[in-house]
Unconditional design. Structure first.
Length: 315
């Protein structure tokens, strides 16, 4: 049972009517009546399948119904699940700190937000993730078409790798994560991670996991005027349309590997000389040497716009 005294702090401070809340068995949960001898009146409410008795002094009998209403409102707040509270915070609804402290106290300190988007609905995903986090401080919920995980972890990357290996191994998804220092930041962090997922989907990026600080380059490109994008697309269409799926994947993995030949060749399961050959082929087609940082940066702008236009995202 919750610590009712903390949850009713606001009522105790702002209602000048002394009252007691106790169980049917006589256990006192809240008590602001200082007198034992004065005559009292009472009413009952039902909370979480329990009958609770509300008492106040007889002189406040006329206010008993109003007092009961105020207490019922507070009790209904306490009946909200962890998932309901997280959803309301993300959607910008007012949730009292007392209720958060009672139901999900771990979010009052620094925690992590993981935002997950599956290509196809999966009726079992919530159950699988709840089982994954069953012994941890965590809340898993579905908000619109996104799976939201609020959790405490010392190593967010390790936790995400475990989720991928144990839950998402055969699923198509995009995932973004953020550090949340204050629970009131949760709504903004959700929007940021959602934005990262939508950018990754829009440009069909090969990497599936992004922090809140990733994809700044893609965000800048996405802000370019539509007419300017169409101009860039038509200027580069003849060259870029010659890229086959193998070269496109090579470009994406090479960029995702920070232009590191050894890392990219390992991810592509090819010899480094094979990768260098492909990079040279890309240079012949596009006239950009993507192994050089400045040319790679210039190349990436029209390349992402080309991919987006090809997928009818900005037409």
């Amino acid at each position: 049972m919750y610590s009712f005294k903390g949850s009713f702090k606001h009522l105790l401070e702002n209602i000048n009517i002394p009252f007691t809340i106790k169980t049917y068995e006589g256990e006192i949960l809240v008590d602001s009546i200082n007198s034992e001898s004065e005559e009292k009146v009472e009413t009952v409410v039902t909370f979480n399948d329990k009958t609770l008795i509300i008492e106040t002094l007889a002189q406040y009998k006329i206010c008993l119904d109003l007092l009961k209403y105020c207490i019922e409102v507070k009790l209904n707040e306490l009946l909200k699940s962890k998932e309901e509270i997280i959803s309301e915070i993300i959607k910008g609804q007012d949730v009292s700190e007392e209720v958060v402290k009672e139901v999900i106290p771990f979010v009052l300190n620094e925690f992590k937000l993981i935002n997950l988007k599956l290509d196809k609905d999966d009726d079992n995903i919530l159950e699988e993730l709840n089982e994954f986090f069953q012994n941890d401080n965590a809340v898993v919920d579905k908000i619109d078409s996104y799976i939201v995980i609020v959790c405490v972890t010392n190593d967010i990357k390790e936790t995400i790798n475990r989720i991928i290996n144990e839950v998402l191994e055969e699923k198509n998804y995009y995932l973004s994560y953020a550090n949340v220092k204050k629970v009131l930041e949760l709504g903004d962090k959700f929007k940021i991670t959602k934005g990262r997922i939508e950018l990754a989907k829009k440009y069909q990026l090969s990497s599936k996991v992004y922090s809140e600080k990733n994809l700044f380059f893609e965000e800048v490109i996405d802000s370019i005027d539509k007419k300017e994008k169409e101009k860039i697309y038509h200027n580069f269409y003849e060259a870029f349309s010659k890229f086959d799926d193998e070269l496109i994947r090579t470009i994406e993995i090479f960029f995702n590997s920070g232009l590191c030949v050894s890392e990219a060749s390992e991810k592509l399961y090819i010899h480094r000389n094979t990768l260098l050959y492909r990079i040279e082929k890309i240079k012949k087609i596009s006239h950009y040497d993507i192994s050089k940082f400045n040319e790679a940066a210039e190349f990436k702008i029209p390349f992402l716009i080309f991919k987006s236009m090809m997928n009818n995202d900005i037409k």
